[in-house]
Design a protein around this ligand. Structure first.
Ligand SMILES: [Zn+2]
Length: 234
């Protein structure tokens, strides 16, 4: 075992968080899976939305006229292992999990044209205050995972979050909608004119945050959107 992986395995004993099974070096090398054992990973509820138009993610964004297509990779349900993984990625200081799941999503994608014609990936921006608290933007890691396989460049400079909306759990429907509606701005929209932009996020629930982000991006002339999320809540 190389020294680096020896140190890593001491720091992070590699057992599957779902079933507790030891993730041997053989499994990691063979399956390229470092976070969850192949048996548990295969049971994650895939949406197959990359090949389904008018899927639940598209329906959540239905009134967005510049939307080319939208899809999520996994279904998210409270109490399900997917919730555990997303929680770990967002709040457990393990953003690499987002990178890894996004890579898997692209490799699992059955629709060969899903990532075609996309000029830029824009990760859902975090408010600077939230970014400081968390230390990372999980959506940026998701974008990096997609970019690594597809080669599509990432843009983190043009779309910014100017209102720090309270955490979802603390707010109910209408109030949250009002708060998030003007949360985003685009800097120098001209530089993105006529681009096909893929906006990525970790989780889409009602779609209000994504809709608000896309609405702000209407200041970009001739823009077209694809939306990709790791998960869609049911
Ligand atoms: Zn397992």
């Amino acid at each position: 075992m190389a020294l680096r992986s020896k140190i890593l395995s001491l720091l992070y004993p590699r057992t599957c968080p779902m079933c507790g099974r030891y993730l041997s070096d053989e499994i990691v090398a063979l399956e390229h899976i470092e976070w969850i054992c192949p048996r548990c990973w295969i049971r994650m509820p895939r949406t197959e939305q990359d090949v389904l138009r008018q899927n639940e993610t598209e329906e959540a964004l239905a009134d967005e006229k510049r939307l080319d297509k939208a899809a999520a990779y996994l279904f998210y349900e409270k109490g399900h292992p997917v919730q555990y993984l997303i929680h770990k990625m967002k709040y457990g200081d393990q953003p690499e999990l987002g990178f890894w799941m996004a890579r898997q999503a692209v490799l699992d994608c059955d629709n060969e044209s899903f990532f075609e014609d996309i000029d830029l990936i824009v990760p859902m921006p975090l408010h600077p205050k939230r970014l400081r608290e968390r230390g990372y933007n999980q959506s940026e890691y998701i974008a990096r995972g997609i970019s690594e396989i597809t080669g599509i460049p990432i843009d983190t400079t043009h779309v910014v979050r100017v209102v720090n909306t309270p955490k979802q759990a603390l707010q109910e429907g209408e109030e949250r909608k009002k708060n998030v509606a003007n949360a985003f701005e685009v800097i120098n929209p001209r530089e993105l004119a006529n681009k096909h932009i893929m906006v990525v996020d970790d989780l889409i629930t009602t779609g209000e945050t994504m809709k608000a982000c896309l609405k702000a991006m209407h200041s970009i002339r001739g823009v077209k959107f694809t939306v990709f999320a790791l998960c869609k809540a049911r």
